[in-house]
Write a protein that binds this ligand. Structure first.
Ligand code: PGA
Length: 249
C-alpha cells in the first residue's frame, strides 16, 4: 500500500511572520493525521521560520525549487545542501509555473531530480498538459513523455523514492478540476509509463499526486480513486482549515 501524501505548495505567498502563523494554526489541526505524509512548501526565505515552528510536529518541510549545481556563480539560486541545512525533506521540481515562466526544461528537471535524490531529498516532480494539448487528445502522450524524461537515467530503486504530481495546467488556480475519473485515468497512464521503463515494482511503489484546484469539496472523491496517492495543493494550502480538511480527506 502506498502512503498518501498531501503537500501544500504556497507559491509566492506569505511573509515569514505570516508563514509562522499559518503553520502554528495548522499543526494541531493535522496532529492526528499519522496515516498521511503532510508537507508544507513555503518560499525559500521562509524556510528558517517555518522550520522553527514545525519542529516536533508531524508536518515535514518542502521547498518549491532547487538548483542542480552544488554551489557557484548562479545568482539567485539555491542548492540542495542549503535546503538540507534547514531540515527540508522534499522539493517540488518542474512545476508548470517554473516551466512556463522560468524556462525550465525536461532536461533541467531531470538534472535536478538526480541531484535531489543524491542529496537525500524527496523530489515531487510535476507533469501536466495544457488545455490545447488536452483538447487535441494528446494528454497521455505529453505527461508520459515528461515523466520518462524527468526520470531518465535513474535506477528502479531510485524511482521508488520519487513522488510525481500530475497537474493539468488548465486546472491550476482556475477552480477547474479534472474529473476524478480523468485524473485517475491519466495517473494510471503515468504509472504505466513508469512500468514500461522501470518495471512493475517501481510503478506500484511510486506515489503519484493529483494537483489543480484540489480543495475540501473534491479531495475525498479524488483520493478515493485507486491511482491517486495524494494531492499537491496550491490555493487551498494557504488556509489552514481547508488544507487540514484535505489532509483528512
Ligand atoms: P492550485 O495549485 O491548487 O491553486 O490549483 C496547485 C499547484 O499549482 O500546485
Amino acid at each position: 500500500m502506498r502512503k498518501p501524501i498531501i503537500a501544500g505548495n504556497w507559491k509566492m505567498n506569505k511573509t515569514a511572520e505570516e508563514a509562522k502563523a499559518l503553520i502554528k494554526y495548522l499543526i494541531p489541526l493535522v496532529s492526528d493525521a499519522d496515516n498521511v505524509d503532510v508537507i508544507v512548501c513555503p518560499p525559500f526565505v521562509n524556510l528558517a521560520a517555518a522550520a522553527e515552528v514545525l519542529s516536533g510536529s508531524n508536518i515535514k518541510l518542502g521547498a518549491q525549487n532547487m538548483h542542480f549545481e552544488k554551489s557557484g556563480a548562479y545568482t539567485g539560486e539555491v542548492s540542495a545542501d542549503m535546503l538540507l541545512a534547514y531540515g527540508v525533506k522534499y522539493v517540488i521540481l518542474g512545476h508548470s509555473e517554473r516551466r512556463q515562466y522560468f524556462g525550465e526544461t525536461d532536461e533541467g528537471v531531470n538534472k535536478k531530480v538526480k541531484v535531489a535524490l543524491q542529496a537525500g531529498l524527496v523530489p515531487i516532480v510535476c507533469v501536466g498538459e495544457t488545455l490545447e494539448e488536452r483538447e487535441s487528445g494528446i494528454t497521455s502522450e505529453i505527461v508520459c513523455k515528461q515523466t520518462k524524461l524527468a526520470l531518465l537515467g535513474l535506477s528502479a530503486e531510485e524511482v521508488k523514492g520519487v513522488v510525481l504530481a500530475y497537474e493539468p495546467i488548465w486546472a491550476i488556480g482556475t477552480g477547474k478540476t479534472a474529473t476524478a475519473d480523468d485524473a485517475n485515468d491519466t495517473i494510471g497512464a503515468i504509472r504505466n509509463a513508469v512500468k514500461e521503463v522501470f518495471g512493475d515494482d517501481a510503478a506500484q511503489s511510486i506515489r503519484i499526486q493529483y494537483g489543480g484546484s484540489m480543495k475540501p469539496a473534491n479531495a475525498s472523491e479524488l483520493m478515493a480513486k485507486p491511482e491517486i496517492d495524494g494531492g499537491l495543493i496550491g490555493g487551498a494550502a494557504l488556509k489552514a482549515e481547508d488544507f487540514s480538511k484535505i489532509v483528512k480527506f
